[in-house]
Design a protein around this ligand. Sequence first.
Ligand code: 5GP
Ligand code: ZN
Length: 114
Amino acid sequence: MCIFCKIINKEIPSKPILEDDNFLAFHDINPTRKVHALVIPKAHYSSFEDTPSEIMNSMSEFIKKVTKELKVDKTGYRMITNIGNDGGQEVPHLHFHIIGGEKVGRLVRDKEDA
Ligand code: 5GP
Ligand code: ZN
């Protein structure tokens, strides 16, 4: 079972933000900004590529509730989902990063990309 499935099953503790029957939002263990949340479906899909459109539809509604809860809905935020090897995905369970609470800055090319 993947790490995020274990978080859903409460085998691994997390700091939850919001939960419903199908989705869970919790704080990233290693935050990169003042706000760094992760939003996941309770069903296991390995990435955006494997996720049915109906799930994405309802997930987008859930994410908007999360951004209101985090109070970044008006100030703005960056939403990222990493996909596969080139995308730098480490946990193979669909998740959206919500980062903000401060200016996130421009996307820049990492030295290690070059
Ligand atoms: P990825 O690189 O797959 O897009 O991002 C995985 C994210 O999951 C990382 O930002 C990492 O800090 C976070 N993460 C990994 N393991 C755990 C955990 O056990 N608990 C929490 N809350 N976050 C985790
Ligand atoms: Zn999983």
